[in-house]
Design a protein around this ligand. Structure first.
Ligand SMILES: [Zn+2]
Length: 306
């Protein structure tokens, strides 16, 4: 399996259009010891031909253009992107689907709840279903293992297991709709299994950790984990008010370093990093702390074989 990180920032990217925090100001001024980043996007392939996107970020068009493997190859209208796997219905995870609307066949793997939010409540997503077999929606259930398939049904030989991580639906989903949805289908993490037995964990929003999940993570070769915020009060400190990071559904990095200190097997990489996070600054003590704990801080363009 080949995995590419096309984007590594949290929603809003880095810098964020309306943010003048210390990080965003420094990166705009060209004085920052670190890189700008687009919004989180990962792409995986087994055979190098059919690619699957984990989520579909609002920066997807530019991310595809920056990635030659994802450019059209075979005809005037063509894409190596065979499918998308959705972990939740958050805007920064699904808006990119609307950028894939040019009548290109696509398979979207999602929970039934996420599919209903997008297809039944948000008519814009109908642009993905203008002609027969344009987008094939395939439901999966949390806990279940499913095969990633192209729009025609061909098996990529990559298997995905979804873990329910949060019962929290995005704020734009009406209370009425939320009452009809399965709580375990709101936000998931994925463990992708290759035919050779290697495993990639994709967990960009983790509100808490239990022993069962820890055990799963320790069976993985590469872990892409929630690096959104460093401390629980990070946004309150920057903005002067607001929710704690745990209230927003993210374990702060400084707690993750303790909770996952025993993980020995996987290469550990923080992903989905908010622009306020001090570890983006490679001159910061927080960056040094993360690196000396054996973790890496994801950058756009990274790739690895596993
Ligand atoms: Zn900022």
């Amino acid at each position: 399996m080949l995995a590419k990180i096309l984007g590594s920032a949290a929603g809003g990217a880095f810098p964020q259009w309306n943010c003048a925090c210390a990080n965003c100001r420094a990166v705009r001024a060209g004085t920052f010891r670190g890189k700008p980043r687009t919004q989180t996007q990962v792409a995986i392939t087994q055979d190098g031909h059919a690619w699957f996107l984990l989520g579909a970020s609002p920066d997807l068009r530019a991310q595809i253009e920056a990635t030659p493997e994802l450019h059209p190859r075979n005809s005037v209208r063509d894409s190596p992107i065979a499918g998308v796997v959705l972990a939740n219905a958050d805007l920064d995870h699904v808006l990119g689907l609307l950028l894939l609307r040019e009548l290109q066949p696509l398979r979207v793997h999602a929970t039934a709840s996420v599919r209903r939010i997008l297809c039944e409540d948000n008519s814009m997503f109908g642009m993905l279903d203008r002609i027969p077999n344009q987008t094939v929606w395939t439901d999966f259930a949390s806990g279940e293992e499913f095969h990633l398939r192209d729009p025609q049904g061909a098996d990529s030989s990559l298997r995905c297991q979804a873990w329910s991580l949060s019962t929290h639906y995005p704020a734009y989903v009406t209370a009425d709709r939320q009452s009809q949805l399965a709580s375990g289908e709101a936000s998931l993490g994925f463990i992708i299994h290759s035919p050779s037995g290697s495993r990639l964990a994709y967990m960009p929003a983790v509100p808490q950790l239990d022993d069962a999940l820890l055990q799963q993570l320790n069976s993985c070769d590469v872990l892409l984990f929630d690096g959104t915020f460093f401390t629980d009060n990070e946004l309150i400190r920057v903005q002067g008010s607001g929710q704690t990071v745990l209230q927003m559904g993210h374990i702060p990095v400084e707690q993750t370093l303790i909770k996952l200190a025993e993980l020995r097997r996987p290469r550990k990489i923080f992903l989905h990093i908010n622009n306020t996070n001090p570890m983006l600054d490679e001159a910061s003590p927080q960056y040094r702390q993360v690196r000396s704990a054996g973790w890496e801080v994801a950058e756009d363009g990274w790739e690895f074989e596993l």
